[in-house]
Ligand binder design. Structure first.
Ligand code: GTP
Ligand code: MG
Length: 249
């Protein structure tokens, strides 16, 4: 097993409850309602990957990771990737946003088959020599939720989502990548999808994600992140902000 490393979220408080940051060789799930900040966290991670002091690693592993330019793959299922937001976040850190964009492969997935295929193709990119150390799936569940509706489709959805998560976990493990995914949660779960459906989706994702974070809105630009059900870490809450600079304390 390779030594794990961590990628800062941009918020020290949030990094602290994660014992340093987003961990490699794991899948971390960010769940929350619309506007809770899931997509913003995904964007910030792509920017932070290009910022050497936001990569937390022992010297030996750091040299190995930084041997070649770091690259991210951003699987965008909702069309919400915003290059200009990346530029803005990069500028706030004094790095060149153009570099971030050059080192971020954005793959727009219009359905779950495309989403699964993109995830499977990441290994080929790595074998071609791309130093991919961050994989983002935003959103993990929206295509599945849209396509597999009704009770008759639940088993198939569960099986496909499970396979997709296995692909992501394998990438994380084999190539020492940070993998982060988003999962929308409705204001009133039963108003959006049946409670039994939620249990199945939640169950599959819950077992496949090592770290689970629930985001909720607080006053103004403040957000609360709650880490829960994680194997080695206690449940804990952190407060962060989303401003024009990006994600920070
Ligand atoms: P859904 O994908 O709809 O489920 O929501 P989400 O959790 O992905 O929310 P997202 O990350 O898109 O957060 C949206 C919030 O981030 C907005 O309500 C704003 O508060 C903030 N935000 C997004 N873009 C900007 C920006 O360019 N500047 C500032 N200051 N805030 C922004
Ligand atoms: Mg979003």
């Amino acid at each position: 097993r390779k030594t794990v490393w961590k990628l800062s979220t941009g918020s020290k408080e949030l990094d602290n409850i994660l014992d340093g940051g987003l961990e490699s060789q794991s899948v971390t799930e960010f769940a929350g309602m619309f506007g809770s900040g899931k997509t913003q966290i995904m964007h910030q991670a792509c920017v932070n990957l290009q910022c050497e002091d936001r990569i937390i690693a022992d010297d030996s592993i750091k040299d190995e990771i930084l041997e070649k330019p770091l690259k991210a793959v951003y699987i965008d299922t909702e069309g919400t990737f915003r290059p200009e937001r990346i530029m803005q976040m990069a500028e706030a850190l004094g790095i060149d946003g153009k570099d971030v964009l050059d080192n971020t492969f954005v793959a727009r997935a219009y359905n779950s088959d495309m989403q699964m295929l993109f995830a499977e193709k990441i290994e080929d990119l790595i074998k071609e020599g791309h130093n991919i150390k961050l994989v983002v799936v935003d959103s993990l569940t929206s295509t599945f939720r849209n396509e597999y509706t009704g009770r008759g489709k639940l088993a198939e959805r569960q099986q496909k989502l499970g396979r997709h998560m296995a692909t992501l976990n394998k990438l994380a493990d084999l190539y020492n990548c940070v993998v982060i995914v988003t999962n929308q949660v409705a204001a009133r779960p039963d108003a959006f999808f049946g409670s039994s459906e939620q249990a199945i989706g939640g169950h599959i994702v819950g077992h496949a994600a090592t770290f689970r974070i629930f985001l909720r809105k607080a006053k103004g630009d403040k957000r609360v992140a709650k880490l829960y059900d994680s194997p080695h870490l206690p449940d804990a809450e952190a407060m962060f902000r989303i401003t024009e600079k990006g994600i920070h304390d």
